[in-house]
Design a protein around this ligand. Structure first.
Ligand SMILES: Nc1ncnc2c1ncn2[C@@H]1O[C@H](COP(=O)(O)OP(=O)(O)OP(=O)(O)O)[C@@H](O)[C@H]1O
Length: 769
């Protein structure tokens, strides 16, 4: 404890006072909430009694509707206020456990005395609602806490910049209302508190970092104004953490206009999604829309395709040796923006010819042939875009269909089908004929004709629905044309091989991962893009694994969204990702672009960081955080002993305090082999791409699924040149090593991977077994 006992007592008394206020507020809320709840129950019970129901005359019907609406609105209002009080109560509960984590005493230049500002996860006013007992960490004034040490400081409000001086900066660890730790900080915020936090064991759910946000992370969290914010950050530098606190910040700063539906977080896999799922709720915010790019593509791409997942692609490239050359050429070609331009050129061509249409059939007969549709389409003005022309075609088709529908009315099959209608349909038809008979004196409308109309309407409904969805266009067959029946002016390298390769997959209705984004772009250009304008912010994590083409598609889909892209080029899956990735290139060319680089790595101990930094793939500076641990261990041994070694090492790590241990393999195939070796020796959980959760203990998983997550200890079961040798393996090996927080063990039967020898000998221990 840095401060003396009387300071401690004063602070504890303040905590007690705050907790008392919290309790009083909570009590009031509970009272209000109970009374609202009772009135909601009452309202629900008496709903129909309080509504005047009278449907005799048209005026009465209108009055009845208005009365029901009014009653329903009242109910919704009450339920909403109840929900709001419930949220307030939850926040108070969280504050009661730990009211705040920081204090700064700030003297504005225009004032004589400093004012203490206490900072916590939410704001709290005193009993009279006059002064802040706690400021929300996202309030403008709270940025002082993250950005400055004691001394001159300033912060921005909506209107102006406030200058002044910080005379004290204090951090607290408060648990269940008791101050467990209290540090006055000097030059950098939170080294003590950060040390404490980082020294803890890995958690299977990511935690919020609001108490110890670092200055450079704060720049990301509170960044405003730029359409594109790009964050290149070393492994473990807090990119994901910053991204999540940024989302919480945005929801606070723009709470009038931004809800959880207006923000989308693109994450790498379901395991990662569940890993980060607690952070926003911990901060009192609802989780935002979250999806993986694969899920998005699967939802959008029309039947009939099976889409390969990025992990299957990865597994294929790393394990399949036969047609790897063409596969890599295909990946190169489809990842590049020139392929997007090629699709654009093909679309221009389709505006003149070659779109494939489908017949519109009914009861086994062609109602409107694909040739008729094609002729109609190509008779339309060339200057109209394809999606707009398809709209016109759909309109025309619907007219034609209505005509056909009328022609069917008198046919025998219709009468047969009327017999299958429900009793209600007959009653409706009867009422309708009665009604119409009242108004139409000359002609009596027969029930039968009403029933016939109903039958035909129902039978034609699915056809109309398909027309409205433009299913008369055969998008997949049209795309085939690109590879079988069309020659681009400026074909990409290896085009002949690539077109044969792609046509083969398309014929089997299979889209390799690198083709999926290309196909969706084509589908959008052909049929129209369903622009999602509700998305105001898009946050893309692990952005290094998106190809330039995929980024361009994302921009195409969310043209109005502000984007935060976070990633580490050192962890890119393939080197091709690096070339045009916005993380390294000068930016997407837009004026409103800012890049922030995070160099400090918080996850791993200094020893692990000092070992991994020398073989990090890129040239970016990486600084280790000063937290002590054991040097990484390289075990050289005989392959026959692998199972034994892995089990012994796991037990040793458990004994030393590790709770989550990951055996990180290069591929799923290797992961299966290791699982097989260990199955009778030690308990473990094997993780594959469908795993949505993990718990503490021993995990076996391929490296590409370990992205973004962390463990107390990592064991690399085959760190030999057999597994990691080429330059392309460097990022994988680096990613695997940097998942470790406290301990790293590498096992090698045979020569160790060349990267290890790039680390100075003194940064790791070597044992021959
Ligand atoms: N300011 C901070 N205060 C406390 N902990 C932090 C801070 N910044 C990062 N950490 C911790 O460091 C670890 C790594 O953070 P995070 O996963 O956000 O990094 P990352 O840059 O996304 O890593 P990677 O690139 O390896 O996925 C986490 O345990 C996180 O809680």
């Amino acid at each position: 404890m840095t401060s003396n006992n009387s300071t401690y007592d004063e602070e504890q008394q303040r905590v007690n006072h705050v907790i008392k206020t919290i309790d009083e507020k909570a009590e009031k809320i509970i009272d209000r909430s109970t009374s609202i709840k009772e009135s909601v129950i009452e309202l629900r019970k008496n709903f129909w009694e309080d509504v005047t129901v009278n449907i005799d005359e048209p005026d009465d019907v209108i009055e009845t509707q208005a009365s029901i609406k009014q009653q329903a609105e009242l109910l919704t209002q009450k339920e909403q206020s109840h929900g709001k009080l419930d949220d307030e109560l939850k926040t108070l509960k969280r504050l009661r456990e730990s009211p705040y984590f920081g204090r700064i005493d700030f003297r504005e230049d225009t004032e004589q005395a400093p004012e203490p500002i206490y900072i916590g996860i939410a704001s709290l006013m005193d009993g009279n609602d006059q002064d802040f007992l706690i400021y929300d960490w996202r309030a403008p004034i709270s940025s002082l806490y993250y950005d400055y040490s004691p001394g001159e400081a300033q912060y921005e409000t909506m209107e102006e910049t406030i200058n002044g001086e910080i005379t004290l900066k204090r951090q607290f660890i408060i648990r269940q209302g008791l101050i467990k730790g209290m540090f006055d900080t000097g030059v950098t915020i939170g080294d003590r508190l950060l040390q404490e936090v980082l020294g803890n064991n890995a958690s299977t759910k990511m935690k919020s970092i609001v108490a110890t946000i670092q200055k450079e992370q704060n720049r990301i969290i509170r960044n405003k104004g730029n359409q594109y914010l790009v964050v290149q950050g070393a492994a473990g530098s807090g990119k994901t953490s910053a991204a999540l606190q940024r989302i919480a910040y945005l929801m606070y700063a723009h709470r009038d206009i931004l809800g959880p539906d207006n923000i989308v977080l693109l994450s790498p896999n379901p395991l990662f999604s569940s890993y980060i799922a607690n952070v926003l709720p911990e901060l009192g915010e609802t989780n935002v829309r979250q999806t993986t790019f694969l899920d998005y593509l699967e939802n959008q791409i029309r039947h009939p395709f099976t889409i390969e997942s990025p992990f299957e692609q990865m597994e294929y490239v790393m394990t399949e040796k036969q047609d790897n050359a063409i596969r890599m050429q295909n990946i190169d070609c489809k990842s590049d923006l020139t392929f997007m331009r090629l699709i654009d050129a093909f679309i221009d061509h389709l505006n003149k010819q070659d779109i494939q249409f489908r017949n519109i059939t009914f009861r086994g007969e062609v109602l409107i042939s694909k040739e008729q549709i094609r002729d109609y389409f190509y008779s339309l003005d060339e200057t109209i875009t394809i999606p707009n022309k398809l709209e016109l075609v759909a309109k025309w088709l619907l007219q034609e269909i209505r005509e056909k529908q009328r022609n069917e009315l008198d046919k025998d099959w219709v009468l047969e089908k009327t017999e299958l209608l429900d009793k209600e349909d007959y009653q409706d038809a009867f009422h309708q004929s009665q009604e119409q008979a009242k108004h139409e004196t000359n002609e009596t409308v027969h029930e039968e004709s009403i029933l016939r109309k109903e039958v035909v309407k129902r039978v034609f409904a699915p056809i109309k629905k398909k027309i409205k969805a433009h299913q008369f266009v055969h998008a997949a067959a049209t795309y085939q044309q690109l590879f079988t029946n069309w020659t681009p002016d400026d074909p990409p390298v290896n085009w002949e091989a690539i077109r044969t390769y792609t046509a083969g997959h398309l014929a089997e209705n299979f889209l390799p991962w690198e083709d999926a984004a290309a196909y969706l772009y084509f589908q959008y250009r052909l049929l129209g893009t369903p622009l999602d304008r509700s998305v105001r912010y898009l946050v893309v994590d692990e952005a290094q694994d998106y190809a330039a083409f995929q980024f361009a598609l994302i921009k195409h889909i969310f043209p109005n969204a502000r984007m935060t892209l976070l990633g580490d080029i050192n962890q890119a899956i393939y080197s091709y990702m690096a070339d045009e990735n916005p993380l390294v290139s000068t930016g997407p060319g837009e004026a409103s672009y800012e890049k922030i680089t995070l160099t400090k790595s918080y996850r791993s101990t200094r020893q692990i960081a000092e070992f991994t930094i020398p073989f990090a793939p890129g040239s970016e500076r990486i600084e280790p955080f000063n937290r002590e641990g054991n040097k990484p261990l390289l075990i050289l041994e005989n392959k026959e002993h692998l199972a034994e070694t892995l089990a012994t090492e796991t037990n040793r790590l458990y004994e030393n305090g590790s709770e989550t241990i990951g055996i990180i393999c290069k591929t799923q195939e290797e992961s299966n082999q290791v699982a097989n070796l260990l199955k009778d020796k030690i308990a473990f959980t094997q993780i594959d791409e469908s795993t949505g959760n993990f718990s503490k203990g021993l995990l076996i998983l391929p490296v590409y699924l370990a992205k973004g997550i962390e463990m107390d200890a990592v064991i690399i079961p085959d760190a030999s040149t057999d597994s990691y040798n080429d330059e392309t393996d460097r990022t994988l090996f680096y990613t695997a090593c940097t998942r470790a927080m406290h301990e790293l063990v590498m096992v090698s039967a045979g020569d160790p991977a060349p990267f290890i020898s790039e680390a100075p000998q003194e940064t790791y221990r070597e044992e021959q077994r």
